[in-house]
Write a protein that binds this ligand. Structure first.
Ligand code: KG4
Ligand code: ZN
Length: 349
């Protein structure tokens, strides 16, 4: 089965063509094109919704064309279109949904709306599906969410914990903003932290708190950590000289909580595999620390390949393989249905 995935929930216009074989439990990515808007939004320190939607209007069609060309397929060979239906910025979602609906109508292709978080959930299944043993626990962390989910199978999953305030990616982004490091903050803080580690300098500052690390649930909270950084910077006249060390300690605090809660969930539910995905999972230290801990438990770890961590359309196409609610062309032609697709601003509750 050839699936065209389209993602436009935030600031990436993305399209991907995948090949999926359900019997063989195989998902292979034939193309994965991401047209990033990072440089457009960087000067504002975050995504500007109106600019993002306008950019999608310019970028989506050429991105889809490129994805098909690179995969060596014509649109006529596509068996299914998978489109992100939410959660996300409504105007950005609209551009993607309307583009996908038009293509589906013009070429008579079935179409399916995919929850963006379910997209992140299935990213580690690309190239790994048949090796993942259930039950599994997945930590999925990005700019908009931080969840620990128990997957009993590919069709049965429940949220065990989530953030009570800011997502972990938001903590990285806001932390970087406070230190005037730019946007998005995750990769920049991670680079600064690496520079500190490489320098072999001694730690001179006190560590940051680990919010909710020892709470008896699997939830997270990152807003206190952010405030803690803000007050520490205000108090320290020389903070600019120690940005690498602040970045290192701040990152350590976030990762420590993410890893320890994931291990706690895995132990409690006696899982066979541990999975990691979402934009924050591009963080090398998080990938290394979780892998080390999982190996100590003699379990298997499946981490989303780097190109499928931050928003992309391959994960949206992959998620559609596990979703049976395929809508037909007729239903999609009704305008009210377009709003139905978009009004489902679902979380995984
Ligand atoms: O999944 P994603 O592209 O978008 C959402 O669904 O939110 O995630 C974006 C988030 C941003 O907050 C960004 O700072 C974070 O992922 N991120 C990272 C790294 N690369 C991206 N966080 C920590 N370390 C990284 N290397
Ligand atoms: Zn995302």
């Amino acid at each position: 089965m050839i699936i065209l995935g389209i993602e436009s929930s935030c600031d990436e216009s993305a399209a991907s063509v995948i090949f999926a074989d359900k019997k063989k439990k195989e998902i292979k990515v034939k193309s994965n094109i991401i047209s990033s808007q990072i440089s457009l939004h960087a000067k504002y320190g975050g995504v500007v919704p109106e600019l993002a939607a306008r950019e999608h209007v310019y970028k989506l069609i050429p991105t889809i064309d490129r994805a098909l060309k690179e995969a060596n397929h014509s649109i006529k060979e596509v068996d299914l279109i998978a489109i992100t239906k939410g959660p996300g910025l409504v105007t950005s979602l609209l551009t993607g949904v309307e583009t996908a609906r038009t293509l589906a109508y013009a070429h008579n292709i079935p179409i399916i709306g995919i929850n963006h978080i379910e997209g992140h959930l299935f990213a580690p299944f690309i190239d790994n599906w048949k090796n993942i043993k259930f039950p599994a626990v997945i930590l999925t962390v990005s700019g908009g969410h931080s969840n620990i989910i128990l997957m009993k199978s590919t069709s049965e999953y429940i949220k065990l914990g989530s953030t009570r305030d800011d997502a972990s990616g938001e903590a990285f982004d806001k932390g970087a903003k406070m230190m005037s490091l730019g946007y998005p903050g995750g990769p920049i803080i991670s680079k600064k932290a690496q520079e500190f580690e490489k320098s072999n300098k001694k730690i001179t500052l006190k560590p940051f708190p680990r919010p909710m690390k020892y709470s008896d649930n699997l939830d997270f909270s990152f807003s206190g950590l952010k405030t803690s950084l803000l007050y520490r910077l205000k108090k320290d006249k020389n903070w600019k000289k120690n940005i690498d060390e602040y970045s290192y300690l701040y990152q350590e605090a976030i990762i420590d909580v993410l890893v320890s809660k994931t291990i706690k969930a895995a132990t409690k539910h006696q899982v066979k595999s541990i999975l990691l995905s979402g934009g924050v999972s591009a963080n090398i230290k998080l990938r290394e620390d979780l892998t080390k801990k999982v190996h100590d438990m003699h379990l298997q770890v499946f981490i989303s390949a780097l190109q499928y961590t931050t928003d992309n359309a391959a994960m949206i196409a992959a998620a559609s393989v596990f979703n049976s609610k395929i809508k037909n062309k007729k239903a999609l032609l009704q305008l009210k249905d377009s709003w139905k697709v978009l009004s489902v601003q679902e979380n995984l509750d």
